[in-house]
Design a protein around this ligand. Structure first.
Ligand code: CAO
Length: 563
């Protein structure tokens, strides 16, 4: 047995970095290359691996300490046979004994991108810079979209390996004209990722910044790291808007290994409140969340992590679900089978739908709205607007009608926060879109300020992006109420699941002609089936019935929206 000082290896261009997470404790047995702690600079976080296998005898650092290359972080007791022999004494420095697996030397300065030095107005190709030893790293989040004005060094997208994540910055300033990657793509050094129309006469080479940001061990700014629930591929959950380059308190802050752990458990990181420094989400937080969900004790992560035992309107410490295990069946015994992995979106939305279905005491009210007049108006509007290329569907009218109803019944536009309600003075309406990869919920922002034609146009654009997998988090975030319309497909009533933290959702079926009694006789009227699901902790049955009746009233004569 020998004692080995494990030191911080070469971590590229970083000088002093803060220890933000300890991943081992004295007495732990660690494998060579196992991560010991996480350090963080303002742009990146990275896990520092052990160069030896052994048992942790002593931790030489604590949270908040600053370390740099050569700092001793852990004293490890190693078996002499399984590790390189000690140099002289029984205790050696280990920084150079084995290269840290995730820490190759800092990359050379990034070569100027093709076209850097181009004149204003010309298009420059932005490529993946030297990202060290990483190969085939997955794109997990797009941070910009075509049309965006990009600053030099602004983060364009996030990539992630199993040990680290990093934001890839733009090597030029200008306007992004095309993104050549999508979430889920695997990229390597030199791959074309974007086209940027340069803004300045000469686009400077970004070498120093790239060296720092793309230091091979570095993870992206954790504040920008997406959570399963809020990544650009997230479905039902609303993702917080991303401010590239600027840490935002609203975004999940976690190391790559914690994010991986959360992904494996299907935990939506965006809903956790980290207990670590600067709100960083730790492995314990993820475990606590899972336990709280299993016990039926959470509605929001804040309650699960910080006060899991304090009953609140939005949570309460349930007695546990006490469910029997999921049936395990060897289907092959009964006939031929094929196993196919579910899409990432399905996995993410599944976890969120399950939570929302289990934790929200939801009730659905079914109703019909007479849209005979409105449908005639819609058809006439489309006829008048034939040349504009914008098609108006019933959904656009429903969005506008719902805004009017939400204004009249503000608790439908609220969210639970512990024992309080947050009333929002903005009306952002999400709409469920069916895509080849699964359900997505783009959001029409400020629907109260937009007309039917503008809403129709935006809906068309967002639905197209959803189907092409091009939605960015900001386009799926911030909804205050959601509409799920199956009217274009068929069927009448259903029970949509509330998209937490919203408190209600409207399901819309296919309209049909039906005989309606007008007091004297049956009249053929076009009736639209509505299914309103609401959270009974926030909304009472009478309010829900009034909401539906008011909605029907408006759809019956849309001029009432103006009143
Ligand atoms: N009743 C009768 N017809 C309707 C209707 C309704 N309620 N709603 C739409 N239609 C008609 C439209 O007028 C259109 O008719 P034409 O082709 O003759 O013009 C046709 O159905 C198709 O409409 P659409 O689906 O293209 O447009 P939309 O605005 O109604 O919906 C979108 C857009 C993106 C919401 C839709 O395409 C979609 O993805 N729907 C599925 C949503 C979903 O999966 N919900 C379930 C979530 S829970 O798993």
């Amino acid at each position: 047995m020998a004692l080995v000082d494990i030191q911080v290896p070469d971590i590229g261009d970083f000088d002093e970095v803060a220890v933000i997470e300890l991943l081992v404790k004295p007495g732990d047995t660690v494998k060579a290359e196992q991560s010991l702690l996480t350090v963080e600079s303002d742009k990146a976080s990275m896990e520092i691996p052990s160069s030896h296998a052994g048992v942790v005898k002593e931790l030489k650092v604590k949270l908040g300490d600053k370390v740099k290359q050569g700092s001793v972080i852990v004293v490890l007791e190693v078996a002499a046979s399984s590790n390189p022999p000690p140099l002289g004494e029984g205790r050696v420095g280990a920084a150079t004994l084995a290269p840290a697996p995730t820490a190759p030397t800092a990359p050379p300065p990034q070569p100027a991108p093709s076209g850097s030095g181009a004149h204003a107005g010309s298009t420059v190709e932005v490529r993946v810079p030297d990202i060290g030893d990483f190969k085939d790293v997955a794109v997990i989040e797009l941070l910009v979209k075509p049309g965006d004005a990009i600053k030099l060094e602004q983060s364009l997208f996030t990539v992630e390996s199993d040990k680290a994540s990093m934001e890839i910055p733009s090597s030029v300033a200008g306007v992004l004209t095309a993104l050549k990657i999508k979430v889920g793509d695997k990229v390597n050094i030199g791959d074309l990722v974007a086209l940027v129309e340069v803004a300045s006469a000469l686009a400077p080479a970004p070498a120093p910044v790239l060296a720092a940001v793309a230091a091979p061990v570095a993870a992206a700014s954790p504040a920008a790291a997406p959570a399963p629930a809020s990544a650009s591929t997230a479905a039902m959950p609303a993702a917080p808007a991303h401010q590239p380059g600027a840490p935002s308190p609203g975004l999940p802050h976690a190391s790559p290994s914690v994010r991986k752990f959360a992904r494996e458990l299907g935990v939506p990181l965006a809903e956790l409140q980290g207990s670590g420094p600067k709100g960083r989400i730790t492995q314990d937080d993820v475990q606590n969340f899972t336990r709280a969900v299993m016990a039926g004790a959470v509605q929001t992560q804040a309650q699960a992590v910080n006060a899991p035992k304090a009953p609140a309107a939005s949570g309460g410490d349930g007695a546990g679900l006490g469910l029997i295990p999921w049936p395990k069946v060897d289907f092959a015994k009964f006939g031929p089978i094929e196993r196919r992995e579910m899409s990432r979106i399905k996995k993410i939305s599944g976890a969120n739908l399950l939570r929302n279905a289990v934790l929200i005491p939801a009730v659905t009210n079914h109703d019909d709205a007479d849209i005979t007049g409105l449908e005639a108006f819609r058809v006439a509007t489309n006829h008048d607007n034939e040349k504009s290329g914008v098609k108006v569907t019933m959904l656009a009218f429903l969005i506008k009608a719902c805004v009017a109803a939400l204004k009249k019944f503000p608790e439908f536009n609220s969210s639970l926060d512990g024992d309080a309600l947050i009333y929002k003075s903005y009306w952002h309406i999400g709409f469920a879109a069916d895509t080849p990869n699964g359900l997505m919920v783009p959001v029409i922002k400020d629907a109260d300020k937009k007309g039917i034609l503008q809403i129709s146009q935006e809906m068309g654009e967002l639905a197209k992006k959803a189907r092409e997998g091009k939605l960015i988090p900001a386009e799926m975030s911030g909804a205050t109420f959601t509409i799920s319309s199956l009217g274009g497909i068929g069927g009448r009533y259903f029970t949509p699941i509330i998209n937490a933290p919203e408190v209600a959702i409207l399901g819309v079926g296919k309209s049909t002609m039906a005989p309606v009694w007008n007091g004297k006789e049956f009249e053929p009227r076009l009736m639209l089936p509505l299914s309103l699901t609401w959270d009974h902790r926030v909304i009472d049955g009478a309010a829900a019935a009034r909401f539906n009746a008011y909605l029907g009233h408006i759809l019956g004569d849309f001029r009432r929206v103006l009143l």
